[in-house]
Design a protein around this ligand. Structure first.
Ligand code: NDP
Length: 246
């Protein structure tokens, strides 16, 4: 019999989030897809999940807004039932700049989405999943970046720091909730061919060794689908590099 589990994906309208929605739907999950602005793109992804025989819905939610996050979880649970997996994927990259040119607007806006948003999404996930709150357990997959380790020098040290915070969330939260039936894991994508990159960046960096090509959103999504599945049942507190060795 097919699985009937529910996954919620933030930033599921395009790129890695959209590919993850398709990958999880193909493995039998019902899918709640959140988006910030691109409703048409999110609806298209939901249609593709339905074509795979799964239930799917879309919800507009800006993860930098805590009311939107609360409404997102409520809408997903009302529409699809209790949530078994949350893919904490929504994220932004700021324009390339050295640290000396940063101002408060730049850093605050970036952290509001990549850090505050991701932490609040994780907080809602735990409240719903934790056996301490009557939940049935689950898994949170945090989308970090290789930049967290490489540092982002000359381009976006703030982005790298925001993703290092996500790695710390994965380690610390996993320890907090492991006994409550919740696994917390992460992926660290390298250079992946999506719209997040400024024009020309992929062409400039795509041939970086060792694999000499950018990755695809599907290659990251397959790892996320594995981490969310019971095949990864003894993995928690760890983050997997999906970076072509970069
Ligand atoms: P895309 O730009 O292709 O997609 C970003 C997604 O996030 C979209 O669905 C977008 O929604 C959504 N989003 C952006 N800001 C918000 C917000 N404030 N609230 C809710 N949703 C939001 O990027 P990727 O798929 O490449 O990136 C996904 C994740 O992977 C990010 O966390 C990114 O940092 C990380 N990553 C990506 C890498 C890469 O090379 N591509 C490398 C390492 C990490 P909408 O369509 O409505 O705008």
């Amino acid at each position: 019999m097919a699985l009937s589990k529910v996954a919620l994906i933030t930033g599921g309208s395009r790129g890695i989030g959209a590919a993850t929605a398709r990958a999880l739907a193909a493995e039998g999950w019902d899918i709640a897809i959140s988006y910030r602005a691109r409703q048409d793109a999110a609806e298209q992804v939901a249609e593709e999940c339905r074509a795979l025989g799964r239930r799917a819905l879309t919800v507009r939610a800006d993860v930098s807004d805590q009311d939107d996050i609360a409404a997102l979880f409520a809408a997903a649970a009302t529409g699809l039932g209790e949530i078994d997996a949350v893919v904490n994927n929504a994220g932004v990259v700021p324009p390339a700049s050295r640290v000396e040119h940063y101002d408060a607007d730049r850093v605050n806006q970036l952290f509001a989405t990549n850090v505050t948003g991701a932490f609040l999404v994780a907080a809602h996930a735990v409240r719903r999943m934790s056996s301490m709150h009557g939940g049935r357990g689950g898994v949170i997959v945090n989308v970090s970046s290789r930049a967290a380790v490489l540092g982002g020098a000359g381009e976006y040290v703030d982005y790298a720091a925001s993703k290092a915070a996500i790695d710390a969330l994965t380690i610390g939260l996993a320890a907090e909730v492991g006994a409550e039936g919740i696994r917390v894991v992460g992926v660290r994508p390298g250079l992946i061919d999506t719209e997040i990159h400024a024009p020309g960046r992929l062409e400039r960096l795509g041939s970086t060794p060792p694999m000499g090509r950018p990755g695809t959103a599907e290659e990251v999504a397959d790892t996320i689908a594995f981490l969310a599945s019971d095949r990864a049942s003894y993995l928690t507190g760890t983050t997997v590099d999906v970076s072509g060795g970069r």
